[in-house]
Design a protein around this ligand. Structure first.
Ligand SMILES: Cc1cc2nc3c(=O)[nH]c(=O)nc-3n(C[C@H](O)[C@H](O)[C@H](O)COP(=O)(O)OP(=O)(O)OC[C@H]3O[C@@H](n4cnc5c(N)ncnc54)[C@H](O)[C@@H]3O)c2cc1C
Length: 239
């Protein structure tokens, strides 16, 4: 999320609900996890318990709640493939169990993302028994791939969704924008879809870079890049 420089005039919840329970004997085995748990921590604890299938999530920053809402994914896996059910709290106080079908997952989106207001309390995620060594090898390969292809430093991950059949980073690079800066915000010279805060970048700087990338790619290739990140806060609503 990119929070506007004016901030958010609403209640913001820091989610510290982090209980994790593995059910290795269930068919299929699963982990029940509260939505404030760190996604990478869940993947690593599952590995230690000899439960795989969630290796793709090891390098994804943030919480299980964010991953469930945004259909986080990497290395061929995503939440849509692994979620069994999510426990949802609606603004009227009603609690419901939503099946994965009810989440209406699409690429990096869900019903909850399109209709914000309801909260993910917990998720049940499918796992598979596997030798610990095998899970760790796969996870290390994925983490190593990230280290090789993604820039270190303060970023938000991928800024735009990949358009069908192409990569947002490749298009931004081909438009000649790698390394371009506005204020302290920079399009990474390593990966065109990662924007870095090189010191005191403002949300406005980042937004201007996003608009520049969108406009340049559209003018050159006729492809309108769609945001993967979300604008939040005052003055950001027209995003
Ligand atoms: C270096 C880097 C690499 C990344 N790599 C990937 C990647 O490979 N794949 C990928 O998919 N993403 C990636 N991301 C993006 C991000 O980490 C994930 O999308 C993550 O799942 C977001 O979780 P979060 O807790 O940070 O959510 P936030 O960004 O805080 O929130 C995202 C949205 O979800 C909502 N939300 C969060 N928690 C809840 C809840 N409990 N109930 C209801 N709504 C909620 C928020 O209100 C917001 O609308 C990357 C980010 C970085 C910085």
């Amino acid at each position: 999320v990119l929070v506007s420089d004016e901030g958010i005039q609403q209640v913001v919840i820091i989610n510290r609900a982090r209980k994790i329970r593995f059910e290795p004997e269930a068919a299929p085995p699963f982990v029940w996890v509260e939505s404030g748990a760190n996604t990478g921590v869940v993947a690593r604890l599952a590995a230690t318990a000899g439960l795989g299938g969630f290796e793709w999530a090891a390098g994804i920053p943030g919480t299980i709640g964010g991953a469930v809402v945004g259909n986080a994914g990497a290395h061929g896996g995503d939440m849509a493939s692994d979620l069994i059910v999510a426990e949802i709290l609606h603004p009227d106080g009603k609690r419901e169990i939503w099946s994965v079908e009810k989440m209406e997952y699409t690429y990096r989106s869900s019903r909850l993302k399109k209709q914000p207001g309801s909260i993910v309390l917990a998720a049940r995620i499918r796992l598979q028994p596997k030798p610990v060594k095998m899970i760790e090898e796969t996870m290390n390969q994925f983490l190593e791939h990230r280290r090789r292809t993604q820039p270190p430093g303060a970023s938000m991950g991928s800024m735009f969704k990949n358009p069908a059949g192409d990569y947002a980073g490749r298009l931004i690079d081909a438009a000649g924008l790698k390394g371009v800066r506005i204020g302290d915000a920079e399009i990474s010279p390593v990966h065109g879809n990662f924007f870095l805060n090189r010191g005191h970048a403002t949300a406005r700087n980042i937004r201007q870079l996003l608009e520049l990338a969108q406009k340049s790619v559209f003018e050159k290739y006729g492809i309108l890049l769609e945001l993967e990140i979300e604008y939040l806060g005052e003055g950001n609503r027209d995003g």
